[in-house]
Design a protein around this ligand. Structure first.
Ligand SMILES: Cc1ncc(COP(=O)(O)O)c(C=O)c1O
Length: 414
């Protein structure tokens, strides 16, 4: 019998260019079998696929869902604004209120501007930095993802060498490599772009060292270049005031997206007063960028995060999950390497270089009702209550057992 997911996949494949009908990061083409491509709905910490299976959702739509699917306050704010109007001839009150809220909340931010996707925001940051300095190079960490525009998309097909000409690479947490990149460009550096921690897909995560964060700040100050923090993935999960606030490091420009509007399409750039004039000189815009609904949703989202001690709750939910994974792995004699902040956890199995154990684990977790991705960090939301984390751990237990069985059978490495 053809399932609804399979039927939609083949209908999509007939009228869209890709094998399973989907492009980009959400394609299931490279995932183990069993992953659904199409979804029916989401509610709090759960998602349902079109075949009617429900999962505890640890991907949170790849980050945007920070309060839980269909958060009532956010949907009420968005609904009320929708009734008034969304995309009009210009923005309404929510944009100004949101810019006020962001400049109040984000350390060092004196102004804000808005767009739709994270890629818009990172691209705007590079433009402001170049407009401000009159220089060309943006230093970017090896392997880091900053979006899918020609200057940063991970695949080269469809781009030309000139698209990447303004990018110079360094190694995350390695100041000497940053200095070497500066030298290669003979000081012609407009900005240094960096994510709050290393969260490259397919790798263990790596927290930033205080020395590196402060060192980048010092190099930017010395060069008169902009320190640009790409907060698109981690923003508003680690610290509402900016992910490096605890380290005492403020960005000149920050790119925000994903979590800021709990799933409504919105991104933002915040910047310091010294870059305000440069921001007025670049020309960027979009038909939907000033939509009021997403901005009303963002106001409600940030309010909940602020009033409900969101960051601490995300951290403790992630820690409960992490402790549970650690205990289960140990009980099955498996060694796992848990990396990244608890709010955005990830683990790999020791020595599992081809990720065979991790893929088996993810596939078995899925079959037991836990949705996570074997090659990308996971996300917590405020809807991940203790009960939901415990439900997630009920699903991970047989997944660890399956990995142990296959390891013992010699099927997925020693
Ligand atoms: C760190 C980072 N920067 C930029 C982007 C691009 O954001 P978007 O997909 O909204 O364009 C992403 C998306 O995953 C991201 O994780």
């Amino acid at each position: 019998m053809t399932t609804p997911n399979a039927a939609l996949s083949s209908r999509a494949a007939a009228v869209m260019p890709w094998k399973n009908g989907l492009y980009g990061h959400m394609t299931t083409a490279s995932l183990p079998s069993g992953y659904p491509q199409f979804y029916e709905r989401g509610e709090a910490a759960r998602v349902w696929d079109v075949d009617g299976n429900s999962y505890v959702d640890l991907m949170c739509s790849w980050g945007p869902i920070v309060l839980g699917h269909h958060h009532p306050d956010v949907d009420a704010a968005a609904g009320a604004q929708q009734a008034l109007g969304d995309v009009l001839n210009g923005p309404g009150r929510p944009m100004v209120e949101l810019a006020e809220l962001l400049t109040d909340t984000v350390g060092g931010a004196d102004w804000a501007m808005f767009a739709k996707n994270g890629t818009d925001a990172t691209t705007i940051c590079t433009m402001v930095a170049r407009a401000a300095t009159g220089r060309s190079a943006i230093l970017v960490a090896e392997g880091a993802y900053h979006g899918s525009a020609p200057w940063c998309t991970p695949r080269l097909d469809g781009t030309i060498a000139e698209d990447r000409g303004g990018v110079e690479r360094y190694v995350f947490n390695d100041l000497a490599s940053v200095e070497a990149a500066v030298q290669r460009r003979d000081g012609d550096v407009a900005g240094i772009l960096v994510s709050p921690f290393k969260h490259d897909a397919g790798h263990d995560q790596e927290l930033v060292t205080a020395e590196f964060a402060r060192g980048l700040r010092a190099i930017c100050d010395r060069l008169g270049a902009a320190l640009i923090i790409d907060e698109v993935r981690a923003g508003f999960r680690l610290n509402l005031g900016g992910s490096w606030d605890d380290l005492g490091v403020a960005a000149d420009l920050s790119a925000w997206g994903k979590a800021m509007a709990n799933g409504y399409a919105l991104s933002a750039v915040t910047g310091t007063a010294s870059l305000r004039e440069a921001a007025t000189r670049i020309y960027v815009t979009g038909s939907y960028w000033y939509g009021n609904v997403a901005m009303a949703a963002a106001l409600a989202t940030l309010k909940v995060l602020r009033e409900e001690d969101g960051i601490a709750r995300l951290r403790s939910a992630g820690q409960r999950l992490r402790d549970g994974f650690a205990a289960q792995a140990e009980a099955h004699g498996l060694s796992i390497n848990q990396t990244g902040p608890p709010q955005m956890p990830y683990f790999t199995f020791e020595g599992d270089t081809e990720r065979r154990r991790l893929r088996l684990f993810a596939q078995q977790a899925l079959a037991n009702g836990l949705f996570l991705h074997p090659g990308h960090n996971w996300f917590l939301s405020l809807a991940h209550t203790d009960a939901e984390i415990d439900r997630a751990l009920e699903a991970s237990e047989p997944a660890f057992a399956a990995v142990r069985d296959q390891v013992e059978a010699g099927a997925v490495g020693a």
